[in-house]
Write a protein that binds this ligand. Structure first.
Ligand SMILES: Cc1cc2nc3c(=O)[nH]c(=O)nc-3n(C[C@H](O)[C@H](O)[C@H](O)COP(=O)(O)OP(=O)(O)OC[C@H]3O[C@@H](n4cnc5c(N)ncnc54)[C@H](O)[C@@H]3O)c2cc1C
Length: 444
């Protein structure tokens, strides 16, 4: 299906996702204005899905009926003693970041864009980059959610709620089980995140770093800053751009070269034909964390805008071999690929996290908005990465016959069946089921 055909499908009342490739088929969109209204919607709708900021490329959020929390009231509350912030689940990272910075606080990392909702991002295992930096979900210290029976429950060490709405903590459910929850366990109403004192970051971009030099010691490259991204077309002998983000701490000094390649003296967009004004400040100039940790600015369209995305997470020890496999595939991807991004992340214990179990590397693909061309290529990408047990990013496009088959997912996620059992226990009637969860064997 090409761009025009993808857009031709008529959406329900929730409209389309950010990319426009998905017309939400749900025939009901609820927008409750209070916790009571939300609880009422949950017990009334036999099939209901929570909708975040609509940035996923898959139908992970879609269902028979949707509930958006955009009209729910709530404040961003910092608990300085606990080092946490409690926020309404639908809050965008960009809104949260500005509020935290103003009060002298920060979160540990951001994704490439600040436009996404906190609940949707953590529910899908969204991440930034950094050898020592866990996914965004690893900052979660507590969740408050409305479960299938309409009860408001807490998981983890939720910051004391001003409204005292949480009826009880869920017994036998810990955060590792529930944070990357894909909307299958309930509607999250508030999230408590770990925070730290605000810090400055300097961002530098290096165009044209030879692959051979980088692969000679990849750990040195990805460990050379707090967050490193490699942008590549997989075909060239050089990495198109290396982005480095470094915390400005005692002893920090500006750097001007990477493996002998000089730092860019002009700001760059990862895509040659897109205006770099939409990107965050570069050139090694220190500034607030939230104006550097994401690649793109809140007030601009992130990335390309007319695109699809895919990403696979692979155990870090396979990084060099997986890069080799993708470079061999590069010529085949040429017509459909806008750019790829390689990022690293620290491992975690969250059951459905792409970084479960140990250090991880992510291979991201920004594709042209051509659904058919991407669908035809995905089996080849998954075959190339097959030897490395790729975990597909839940929010980005993947197949149901390869890396996204229930069999492959069960092999890639050691706690897959535990998650199924938890979802069945919390939601025995399947109120939060949808086609995505069923297709990939996550419920049922
Ligand atoms: C331009 C662009 C750049 C991106 N860059 C990155 C990146 O750098 N790193 C990365 O990892 N990903 C990236 N993504 C993917 C993106 O992070 C996810 O698509 C997004 O975080 C999902 O959040 P959302 O609010 O849009 O959720 P939605 O797409 O609306 O929903 C996603 C899932 O979250 C669930 N959910 C949402 N709200 C709730 C709630 N209140 N309670 C329970 N469940 C809920 C939904 O049910 C659904 O299962 C990018 C996407 C785009 C469009």
């Amino acid at each position: 299906m090409n761009e025009d055909a993808a857009r031709a499908e008529a959406p329900g009342p929730a409209g389309r996702n950010w990319a426009g490739n998905l017309a939400y088929r749900a025939q009901q969109l609820h927008e409750p204005r209070s916790l009571e209204e939300l609880r009422d919607v949950v017990v009334r709708e036999p099939r209901l899905r929570a909708l975040g900021s609509r940035h996923s490329f898959t139908d992970v959020a879609d269902g028979d009926a949707l509930v958006s929390l955009d009209r729910m009231p709530g404040d961003i509350e910092v608990d300085a003693d606990a080092g946490t912030v409690r926020l309404p689940a639908g809050t965008r990272y960009g809104t949260l970041a500005a509020a935290l910075h103003e009060r002298g606080w920060a979160v540990h990392n951001l994704a490439s864009l600040p436009h996404i909702s906190v609940a949707g991002a953590v529910a899908t295992g969204t991440h930034g980059s950094g050898d020592r930096s866990g996914t965004l979900a690893t900052a979660v210290r507590g969740l408050e959610l409305v479960t299938a029976d309409g009860e408001v429950v807490g998981v983890g060490a939720a910051q004391a709620a001003g409204d005292g709405a949480v009826a009880r903590q869920l017994p036998d459910v810990d955060l590792d089980a529930a944070v990357v929850g894909l909307g299958a366990l309930g509607v999250v109403t508030a999230v408590t995140l770990a925070i730290e004192p605000t810090f400055d970051v300097a961002q530098e971009v290096y165009p044209g770093v030879p692959w051979d030099d980088a692969l000679a010691d990849l750990d040195a490259v990805t460990g050379s800053a707090d967050s490193v991204s490699l942008f590549t077309d997989w075909r060239s002998g050089a990495i198109g751009q290396v982005w480095r983000k470094s915390r400005v701490v005692a002893g920090w000094e500006p750097r001007t070269s990477l493996l002998g390649v000089p730092r860019s003296t002009v700001e760059l967009h990862p895509l040659e034909d897109v205006d770099p004004r939409s990107t965050t400040a570069q050139l090694g100039v220190p500034g607030p964390w939230h104006e550097r940790l994401s690649h793109f600015r809140m007030e601009h369209t992130p990335s390309h805008g007319q695109e699809l995305q895919t990403e696979y997470l692979v155990p870090r020890e396979h990084a060099v071999d997986a890069i080799g496999a993708l470079r061999r595939l590069g010529p085949r991807l040429a017509g459909a690929l806008l750019v790829s991004e390689v990022r690293t992340m620290a491992g975690d214990q969250q059951w459905l996290s792409g970084a479960y179990g140990g250090p991880t590397v992510g291979f991201h693909f920004t594709w042209r908005l051509d659904v058919d061309a991407v669908a035809a290529l995905l089996p080849h990408v998954e075959e190339a990465l097959g030897p490395f047990s790729p975990r597909p990013h839940w929010a980005k496009l993947f197949t149901v016959s390869g890396a996204g088959s229930p069999t492959a997912l069960r092999a890639a996620y050691p706690r897959f069946d535990d998650f199924r059992a938890l979802a069945a226990r919390l939601d025995p009637q399947g109120r939060f089921h949808n086609a995505f969860l069923e297709r990939h064997g996550l419920v049922g």
